[in-house]
Design a protein around this ligand. Structure first.
Ligand SMILES: O=C(O)CCCC[C@@H]1SC[C@@H]2NC(=O)N[C@@H]21
Length: 252
């Protein structure tokens, strides 16, 4: 099964055999790119994950960064976590024909059968109130999941699309499914704002209504995952009241 959507108008694509990190490549190229551009690497030698972690991607996995120049500040730009997660969900449905094994984990992961199959990393640079560029990095375990020994204690079990579903998808095929899906959600965000994106994201959310733990840099908060608010914060109902948390790692 594969996507039949056309490559989105106005988006460019670069395919590189090898790079240190597509995030680093995006930062190097951002000043000279005219429009939104997907940079796909077939191999990364120094992939990075959130919070300074390494991202290990065996060859055959998907590693790409979309470079954009939104005329926005950082908090609006950060809503791309949600549009990208929705685009990943749609791309997985396009390549597997199945929706039910996939779920979205706040703020930046996609789950498959409860394990982590994809992660999103946003990086930006600013020059005044608006960003000079936004990089949306996407890593997907298409063919292999990293060894559990390479992960932090308590991290979600990594899984691969191939092992969990039997779907053999190349990075180029996955980009062909992801790019149009992203463009659709991006157009929806810029036309209608965050409300419909939030609603669609919540409809695919993992562990909504269940007790979860959020670890910020300074505290650990456990409560019932009530919702995501109008600015993208996760909202937990705790014994001490409702808490809206802008950034955290979530543990189930
Ligand atoms: O879950 C995470 O920690 C986010 C992982 C993001 C990994 C991708 S792979 C493509 C892009 N280039 C990188 O160096 N990192 C992101």
């Amino acid at each position: 099964m594969s996507s039949t959507e056309a490559w989105p108008a106005g988006y460019d694509r670069l395919v590189l055999p090898q790079v240190d990190s597509t995030m680093a490549e995006a930062a190097r190229r951002a000043p000279t790119l005219a429009g939104p551009t997907w940079i796909l690497a077939l191999e990364q030698t120094a992939g990075r994950g959130r919070r300074g972690r390494a991202w290990v991607a065996p060859s055959g996995n998907f590693a790409a960064t979309l470079v954009m120049h939104p005329a926005e500040g950082a908090s609006q730009a950060a809503l791309r976590s949600f549009t990208t997660a929705l685009a990943l969900f749609d791309a997985f449905v396009a390549v597997t024909g199945r929706a039910e094994p996939f779920a979205l984990k706040w703020p930046n992961d996609v789950l498959l059968n409860g394990g982590k199959v994809a992660g999103i990393l946003l990086e930006s640079a600013s020059n005044g109130p608006n960003l000079s560029f936004l990089s949306v990095g996407v890593g997907v375990n298409l063919s292999a999941a990293p060894e559990a020994a390479q992960l932090e204690p308590g991290a979600l079990r990594p899984v691969s699309l191939l092992e969990e579903t039997g779907a053999r998808v190349t990075p180029e095929e996955f980009l062909d499914a992801l790019a149009p899906a992203f463009a659709r959600h991006e157009a929806r965000l810029t036309t209608y704002g965050f409300a419909p994106i939030r609603e669609a994201w919540l409809a695919r959310a993992a562990r909504l209504g269940e007790t979860i733990t959020a670890r910020t840099g300074t505290e650990t908060v456990t409560g019932i995952f009530e919702t995501v608010d109008a600015t993208g914060n996760i909202v937990l109902a705790t014994p001490a009241g409702r808490r809206a948390i802008p950034a955290a790692d979530i543990f189930f």
